[in-house]
Design a protein around this ligand. Structure first.
Ligand code: F6R
Length: 607
């Protein structure tokens, strides 16, 4: 999704902007651009990677200490130099960058065209530059206010004019925007990692607010003009965490961070007897005892984490639990009530669909618990309770460590609720707590078996289709394994419950078709093996993820990736690691852009 940068201070703006945009690359983009004011407004922009923009800036440098920058992920108009941001009004005196979508774009464009406006791009953003210029009567804040009053949709809009040097004005409706406070310089960005190496003090701009940025800091008010007192948020993330740290790709680095992530997410939250202490989960025991049903809503990998959560809650709590894709739930009139607890899961905390589903749940009276990785994200700010995953910034578009942390957080939540409801006794709680405490070491062990995974990757490298099967929790893990593989290797893959195979998909299994089976659920072991036999009988090539002491599996599987023995309830945590590595190595061997797979964005802040 689009990235935004802004700078006001003593330094030349262009290099600062470029550097910030590079740190936002993980959001995914198709073009990039910057603009500076210096008596006039100068813009440089280019389709493609930021390096193209950097080359352009080498050839035609920009001079000025106030500027804005943008990485675009196309919504209106194809990726091109012309459609890249920033956009100016026809006189070139006003310039804007924008993240989000203007829904009444067509109507606004036609109205402006009737008034004689010509447009150079196909974007909704250019309209905003025209609107601001039209409304300008010597006061940029008022012009922006009047312009956005005409626009419908979700956006973060950043504006400069040559008439008011030393100032950037921005407004936020839904799409994220933060201010970084430096010493005699101020930064604006769509995400904290863009400027975390420059400052640790941030102001978060909320929905419906305007911020005026100068070198002396930032003033926030509502778009309507009411003053807002915003506390400075100090962020402790290590800037090192946002770098690759010696690995070839962020994805691999993030996979390798997982032992530490499990430790962090558990840190200080779990006693040996299974008592969970969740600092921002505010509901009391009465609430935990009394609510009737659990809803989990999320998208993509976070949804797959929710599928694991459903099984955990079902098994440990015996509470009816529904997991819904957020983009489905927001439109399907869900039967959520004030007797529900809704858990919205999102790494970024900014996914538009997840936010909408979470808001709907709240409107229907449900208590909202946000399970997110990003402190201060929109989802966290709108929740009654927050469970942070503490995975640190996740840069690779393909989510790995955040997924694992989401699983850990859900075990903790189940323990917290289960003890209050009296359905998880001391013995069970202590057993789960013990199992959780072993996980960092077990995940670490798996990371030392990468050679075996590479050998397995070589086996499926040239496949046309790959199938993933499992039952119960293993099916939930299979879903995530399949998504990881398809999003970075571009191989077609599908996951399904092992028992479903014979109801249709078996027709696609022929000699050599790879089928990956996850086998951690001992109670269902024999049942899953029946499906494996069906595959084998058709000549399918079975790759199993199985416990290290499973002495049967080699009879059925072509190859086996072993995982440390764990309590079945905790099996998914270790099982997903070889699947993440498998996807990574298949994509690497196929020579793909692993951290930024084609067509995908890290943070999907439009519907
Ligand atoms: C896949 C992936 C996506 C995200 C999804 C939701 O690797 O990362 O499927 O999980 O877009 O994003 P968040 O968790 O930020 O809401």
């Amino acid at each position: 999704m689009c990235g935004i940068m802004g700078y006001v201070g003593p330094q030349q703006a262009a290099p600062v902007l470029l550097d910030g945009l590079r740190r936002l690359e993980y959001r995914g983009y198709d073009s990039a651009g910057v603009a500076v004011t210096n008596g006039k407004i100068d813009v440089r922009k280019a389709e493609g990677k930021i390096d193209r923009l950097a080359n352009l800036l080498d050839d035609e440098p920009l001079h000025g200490t106030v500027g804005i920058g943008h990485t675009r992920w196309a919504t209106h108009g194809e990726p091109s130099d012309v459609n890249a941001h920033p956009h100016t009004d026809p006189s070139g005196q006003f310039v804007v960058v924008h993240n989000g979508i203007i829904e009444n774009f067509q109507t606004l464009r036609e109205a402006l065209q009737e008034d004689g406006h010509d447009f150079t791009s196909d974007t909704d953003t250019e309209i905003l530059a025209h609107l601001v210029a039209n409304e300008y009567e010597g006061d940029l804040e008022n012009a922006v206010r009047r312009a956005v009053a005409k626009a419908e949709g979700a956006y973060a809009l950043v504006v400069m004019t040559k008439h008011e040097p030393g100032k950037i004005v921005a407004v936020r409706r839904i799409s994220p925007l933060i201010v970084g406070l430096g010493d005699g310089e101020t930064f604006l960005a769509s995400d904290i990692p863009a400027v975390l190496h420059r400052t640790r003090d941030f102001l978060i701009v909320e929905d419906g607010e305007m911020v005026v940025v100068t070198e002396n800091g930032a003033v926030i008010e509502t778009i309507a003009g009411e003053p807002v007192a915003r506390e400075v948020m100090h962020i402790d993330w290590d800037a090192e965490q946002a770098e690759k740290g010696g690995f070839d790709h962020f994805m691999l680095k993030e996979i390798h961070e997982q032992p530490a992530v499990v430790t962090e997410t558990l840190g200080g939250r779990l006693d040996e007897d299974g008592t969970a202490w969740l600092e921002d989960v505010h509901f009391d025991d009465d609430f935990a005892r009394d609510f009737d049903e659990l809803w989990i809503t999320a998208c993509g990998t976070a949804y797959h984490a929710g599928l694991v959560g459903k099984e955990i809650f079902r098994r440990l709590l015996r509470i009816p639990t529904t997991v819904e894709y957020a983009h489905e739930m927001r439109y399907n009139d869900p039967l959520i009530s004030d007797r529900s607890l809704t858990v919205a899961i999102s790494q970024s905390g900014e996914t538009a669909d997840t936010l909408a589903a979470a808001r709907l749940a709240k409107e229907r009276g449900s208590r909202l618990l946000s399970l997110t990785n990003v402190v201060g994200s929109t989802l966290s700010r709108e929740a009654d309770d927050i469970l942070y995953t503490r995975a640190g910034p996740e840069i690779s578009v393909a989510s790995t460590k955040a997924y694992l942390a989401m699983l850990i957080a859900q075990y903790l939540l189940a323990l917290r609720i289960g003890r209050a409801r009296g359905v998880v006794d001391e013995g069970l709680a202590a057993r789960v707590a013990h199992g959780l405490s072993l996980l960092p070491g077990q995940v670490e062990q798996l990371l030392h078996r990468e050679e075996e995974v590479i050998a397995a990757a070589e086996e499926i490298l040239d496949a046309e289709d790959v199938y993933f099967i499992g039952r119960g929790l293993d099916y939930a893990v299979a879903m995530e394994g399949s998504l990881k593989l398809k999003e970075i290797s571009y191989l077609h893959s599908e996951a399904m419950p092992a028992g479903e195979l014979k109801h249709g998909t078996l027709a696609l299994i022929t000699a050599g078709t790879p089928v990956i089976v996850v086998l951690t659920q001992q109670a269902l072991y024999d049942k899953t093996i029946s499906a494996v036999q069906e595959v084998k009988a058709r000549g399918g090539k079975v790759l199993a993820i199985a416990y290290e002491d499973d002495d049967q599996i080699h009879k059925f599987a072509h190859s086996v990736l072993r995982i440390p023995r764990a309590d079945d309830l905790l099996g998914p945590v270790a099982a997903v690691v070889p699947l993440q590595l498998l996807a990574y190595h298949v994509a690497r061997l196929r020579g793909h852009d692993i951290d930024q797979p084609r067509n995908l964005a890290k943070s999907v802040t439009v519907e």
